[in-house]
Design a protein around this ligand. Structure first.
Ligand code: HEC
Length: 180
């Protein structure tokens, strides 16, 4: 019964064209009032979707040099509290679960004295650039498969940049940020 009434209402609203397009009357007519509403917004919605298609890119992190240009070492210091469970940050500080991070920027990977690194870290090679640190802190296991740093990573690109700004200061000879 209801479906007949809907049928009439929707039929009146939608007219012959939609009927021609429709296949199952019942499903069509219960369903159509919504699509008919959607239709009105279809174009702007499509544009939003297009803009939305761009949004993930915009939401993607800015390039590191850009993030570093606006990074805040004080914020980085408080963000780095979550690292302190495992790392000390003082000059000559102790190795804990992880190695002391004083002077880590520019340091050869897996090279801090007295710390027993994973084979994966020792094999990684090269020095810790800001780029590499950014990747590692984003997803330790993604950057060094087999690392024993049991840390999920810092998802926010700006927070990582803040942490790097903090790490920059933990040095007698701070390494310059890469230029944007
Ligand atoms: C649950 C403990 C834990 C936490 C939390 C943690 N780390 Fe680590 N980190 C480790 C361990 C263990 C290693 C050694 C990894 C290896 O040998 O594979 C390490 C290694 C590193 C290294 C490489 C150091 C070197 O000498 O090569 C960096 C850089 C680092 N961590 C930064 C951070 C930062 C920044 C944070 C916070 C955002 C953090 N870690 C949080 C345990 C941790």
């Amino acid at each position: 019964m209801d479906s007949f009434e809907l049928n009439k209402v929707a039929g009146a609203v939608l007219g012959a064209l939609l009927f021609a397009m429709g296949t199952g009357f019942l499903a069509e007519l219960i369903y159509k009032p919504k699509p008919a509403g959607d239709r009105g917004y279809a174009l702007p919605a499509a544009q939003e979707a297009a803009a939305g298609g761009g949004a993930p890119e915009a939401a993607k992190d800015e390039p590191l040099p850009v993030r570093l240009a606006s990074a805040d070492a004080a914020k980085g210091q408080s963000a780095a509290k979550k690292c302190q469970a495992c790392h000390s940050f003082e000059k000559g500080g102790p190795n804990k679960v992880g190695p002391d991070l004083w002077g880590v920027v520019g340091r050869a990977k897996g090279s801090h004295e007295g710390f027993n690194y994973s084979a994966a870290m020792k094999a990684k090679g090269g020095e810790w650039s800001y780029e590499d640190l950014d990747h590692f802190i984003h997803g330790p296991k993604a950057f060094v498969a087999g690392t024993i740093m049991a840390f999920a990573g810092v998802p926010s690109g700006q927070e990582r940049a803040d942490i790097l700004a903090y790490l920059k200061g933990l040095s007698d000879k701070p390494v310059d940020f890469p230029k944007p």
